[in-house]
Design a protein. Structure first.
Ligand code: C5P
Length: 279
């Protein structure tokens, strides 16, 4: 299974809900860069995970938890061997762990012949994390609620993307906890982006009105993110933005050569960088 990364093209935070989560409105998009999850049946009933990033092996891994949840929900008793090849960095705002979980749910549903619908898998996924359901409605979708209520949008044309992540990661929980009501918005930035994506003739992606209500807070809490945005701009990106709660920042390019030049300039600058495109 391919477990693609995602970026948020918009992320409006509407307010804090009584359950402690924040109400969101976000346009999300999958990328070509992906983890790979290999699944094979294990009739002994064991559920095992191996991963080329040893720190991610264990019962907190979202792919493993997805497998465990699926068995609990269905009463299925056979096991599986999960082999995860990580290419998407963690604590990065790229949804890597969530995507691994979605891939595990989808793949094991098939491998174990459980016959659950996509909608049911997405509802199960929401119990593992707010970003998991999106991956069932990819490549392009509008997420609302705490992020778990998702509706597919018409797929975007192929857009070139440069990702740049500082060495440090970000705690999503800490970022949301630091938000103040003055930083909330009314969802109109996402509406403006949706109108732009529908425009005919289309606007080039480096001129889309991208936005992220978490960015201001993260820039203050994590100066490395502010420096990453500056580095993208210095390398030639006109409109860089942070994805999710960070720490990865990205820029969109209509032209592949422009994206390649920016990627090359960032390659010696420390941190992690990738040249990819929308799925
Ligand atoms: O849903 P997930 O486990 O990925 O969220 C991680 C943390 O981020 C939550 O525990 C919560 O503190 C915060 N969060 C939030 N509002 C959201 C999504 C996440 O406050 N819509």
């Amino acid at each position: 299974m391919r477990a693609p990364a995602k970026i948020n093209l918009s992320l409006d935070v509407l307010g804090r809900r009584p359950d402690g989560y924040h109400a969101l409105r976000s346009v999300m998009q999958t990328l070509d860069v992906h983890d790979t999850l290999e699944l094979s049946p294990d009739p002994t009933g064991a559920l095992t995970l191996t991963c080329d990033a040893p720190a991610l092996i264990g019962p907190t891994n979202l792919a493993w938890r997805a497998a465990d949840l699926l068995r609990q929900e269905t009463g299925y008793t056979d096991g599986a061997r999960l082999t995860l090849r990580k290419r998407v960095p963690v604590d990065a705002g790229l949804g890597g762990g969530s995507s691994d979980a979605a891939a595990a749910l989808l793949g094991l549903n098939r491998l174990w012949g459980l016959g659950l619908s996509i909608e049911r898998l997405a509802v199960l996924g929401a119990r593992l994390g707010s970003d998991v359901p999106f991956f069932f409605y990819a490549p392009t979708a509008l997420a609302t609620g705490r992020g778990e209520t998702v509706a597919s949008l018409p797929p975007l044309p192929r857009v070139h993307v440069v990702l740049y992540k500082p060495d440090s990661g970000v705690s999503t929980r800490q970022v949301f906890a630091a938000l103040t009501p003055a930083l909330y918005s009314d969802g109109s930035r996402t509406e403006a982006l949706l109108a732009t994506l529908r425009a005919d003739p289309p606007l080039p992606p480096d001129r889309w009105p991208l936005s992220n209500d978490l960015q201001r807070t993260v820039r203050l809490l994590y100066p490395a993110v502010a420096r990453a945005l500056d580095a993208l701009r210095d390398a030639g990106a006109s409109n860089p933005l942070m994805t999710g709660s960070g720490s990865t920042c990205y820029a969109l390019f209509p032209d592949e050569d422009d994206a390649r030049r920016v990627h090359e300039r960032l390659s010696g600058a420390g941190g992690w960088t990738a040249l990819t495109s929308t799925t």
